[in-house]
Design a binder for this molecule. Structure first.
Ligand code: ADP
Ligand code: MG
Length: 341
């Protein structure tokens, strides 16, 4: 059983970034307005995430790191709590299996906080009361300590760190009103910092390193219930940006930073959408132009989202994807036509 758990965990958490992504999402779901991360050895030695969310009720401690333990109810009425995809209630149990996990939490209605330590099979091995502010802190020590093959294959740590910073930057864009920070403990260096009241432009600048506010256009809400597209919001840059900017050539691979997609509040890759958008812009632009910056937040009927494609859930497929991309890009096209000709 232990081996099965370890394999399952290894499929969900394949690098520190997967772990960090899951923890950030949990903090956001808990209503946090402040999320602070600390890492040591790019997350391999330690990941610590501190939030000021609701905290966790004492009655949930025992099951928290067991598989399929989730408190999240998925309703259609509340877009915020809409079912995302797959792997519900698997993140903490997976992380716990392949690391040393400790939690400090103070539930909003409690006077006292607790520090709780878990064993690799998700049992509480230590629990003690202490003083702390409302919210939850997870401390993940020695990720992959018992998965040597994983440790070895992940020696390209510079890439890892970039991915972590990009990931946080993107969540900051999708969650205005929440402050985010990332500190490296070896040298106390602040690697990322975004205040609660930072504007969208500030948040974009932290990702792509340049201010693009004068080029930004709001996308009107696009939706089509029949296709399962409940809502699509976002921003795009106009054609002047692509013509003037020298930042990311369309041909360069760094366009990864320039397309930020969220589906049901989860950061994802979506090749179909990316292709459609690039095609839409290409129709207006010379070959030498820069890549546009595009941030889209889609809400798709969770029943239409395919959860079983890739264990890390980054590339996502959904029913009617071509049609949905066409609707969104039709909208982008008419905006570009009216703006820049
Ligand atoms: P899921 O997010 O799919 O429910 P997880 O394994 O990620 O599963 O988390 C399990 C449960 O632990 C959550 O449903 C939530 O109740 C609780 N939890 C996790 N992180 C936090 C947090 N930062 N604040 C409050 N509750 C949390
Ligand atoms: Mg979760």
């Amino acid at each position: 059983k232990d081996t099965i758990n370890k394999i399952a965990a290894g499929e969900i958490i394949i690098s520190p970034i997967n772990c960090i992504k899951e923890l950030i999402e949990n903090s956001i779901d808990a209503g946090a307005t402040k999320i602070d991360l600390f890492i040591q050895n790019n997350g391999f030695k330690m990941i610590k995430i501190q939030d000021n969310g609701t905290g966790i009720e004492k009655s949930n401690f025992a099951l928290l790191c067991k598989r399929f333990c989730t408190s999240k109810i998925n309703t259609y009425d509340d877009l915020k709590s809409i079912a995302t995809f797959g792997f519900r209630g698997e993140a903490l149990s997976s992380i716990c299996t392949i690391s040393n996990l400790k939690m400090i939490t103070k539930y909003k209605d409690d006077v006292i906080a607790y520090e709780v330590e878990y064993s690799s099979n998700g049992d509480v091995v230590n629990k003690k009361p202490l003083a702390a502010n409302q919210g939850t802190t997870f401390v993940i020590n020695d990720l992959f300590y018992n998965v040597p093959s994983r440790l070895k294959s992940l020696s390209y740590t510079k890439q890892e760190l970039k991915k972590i910073v990009d990931c946080i930057s993107k969540y900051a864009i999708n969650n205005q009103g929440i402050s985010f920070s990332l500190k490296r403990l070896e040298d106390n260096k602040m690697l990322y910092s975004c205040k609660e009241n930072s504007t969208l432009d500030d948040r974009i600048r932290l990702l792509i390193n340049s201010s693009i506010s004068k080029f930004l256009i709001n996308l009107e809400d696009v939706h089509d219930e029949d296709l399962g597209l409940i809502k699509c919001e976002g921003i795009i840059t106009n054609l002047s940006y692509c013509n003037e900017s020298t930042q990311f050539k369309k041909t360069s691979i760094s366009t990864n930073k320039m397309m930020v997609f969220f589906i049901n509040n989860r950061l994802i890759d979506c090749e179909v959408l990316r292709k459609h958008i690039i095609q839409t812009y290409n129709a207006f632009l010379p070959k030498t132009a820069s890549s546009p910056f595009v941030y889209l937040s889609l809400f798709i009927n969770p029943e239409n989202v395919d959860v079983n494609v890739h264990p890390t859930k980054k590339e996502v497929y959904f029913i009617n994807d071509e049609e949905i991309c066409e609707i969104i890009c039709g909208n982008i096209k008419s905006i570009l036509q009216s703006q820049d000709v």
